[in-house]
Design a protein around this ligand. Structure first.
Ligand code: 6PG
Length: 240
């Protein structure tokens, strides 16, 4: 586990953008596609906009990248709460049609159980053609309560070890959510948390504390078996 703290959210985004460029270049050298799981919420918008900017857009061969989502709200893809729509607006809409990534979105418009089963099937088919079930790069955020993806405190999905995707009703949101589970997240080659803002400081201290309580602070369940875990945080979240 590596922690890197940066003065501002834009510096966190820059570091992550450079990491993605480097991962894409390495995959390109090996003539391999790069699988990236995108985080939802607000924090990564800065990163996605940066990747779409003139400074970064042409540094990536998007046509060799496969995009997935770590979680999704159970809403249509054009809904203002959709994580897919957030990525579409911040990134995808700005890429050249001739150099688009493969986009594998969670179908939030379906019945939650059906959407989870469909994404599970999509992932198992995708990885059936790979040497092993392992995303190359997973981006995650963290809520003020220590949740990540849509693994919320007190939910059984935190401890799911069989299914890659679950749909569950989250009481505190009074809404269904779709989420990847530790069963697939913890098999990833590289996991990067992007956490900014003083409002995340308290939860981050709990998540980083030796007391292992993932039922209370679900981000603690993210422990890649063989992969690297990198925390990119700003000074406000780190309490510096
Ligand atoms: C979501 C995200 C969620 C998010 C955290 C942090 O769908 O909301 O996947 O896990 O990463 O809630 O959200 P912010 O970045 O908006 O603080």
């Amino acid at each position: 586990m590596t922690i890197e703290a940066y003065v501002s959210p834009s510096k966190v985004a820059e570091r992550c953008a450079d990491l993605i460029v480097s991962a894409a270049a390495q995959a390109g050298q090996k003539r391999q596609r790069l699988s990236i799981v995108l985080a939802g919420g607000n924090t990564p918008k800065t990163l996605y906009a940066l990747l779409a900017s003139d400074a970064y857009r042409d540094k990536l061969e998007w046509q060799y990248i496969d995009l997935f989502w770590g979680d999704e709200r159970c809403v249509p893809p054009d809904h203002h709460e959709s994580n897919y729509r957030m990525v579409e607006d911040a990134l995808l809409a700005h890429l050249a049609p001739s150099a688009m990534p493969a986009v594998y979105r969670m179908e939030g418009e379906l019945h939650p159980t059906q959407a989870a089963e469909a994404y599970e099937s999509l992932l198992r088919t995708y990885f059936a053609h790979q040497k092993k079930v392992a995303f190359d790069l997973v981006l995650l955020g963290m809520g003020e309560d220590g949740h990540t993806a849509s693994l919320f405190p007190g939910t059984a999905a935190i401890f799911e070890q069989e299914r890659f995707v679950v749909a569950h009703y989250v009481d505190k949101l009074t809404a269904y959510r779709l989420t990847l589970t530790p069963a697939i997240l913890n098999r990833s080659k590289q996991i990067v948390f992007l956490i900014c803002g003083a409002n995340k400081h308290e939860a981050l201290q709990q998540v980083w504390s030796p007391a292992f309580q993932p039922e209370k602070f679900p981000a603690q369940i993210i422990r890649p078996a063989d992969g690297n875990l990198l925390w990119l945080v700003d000074h406000a979240a780190a309490g510096i």
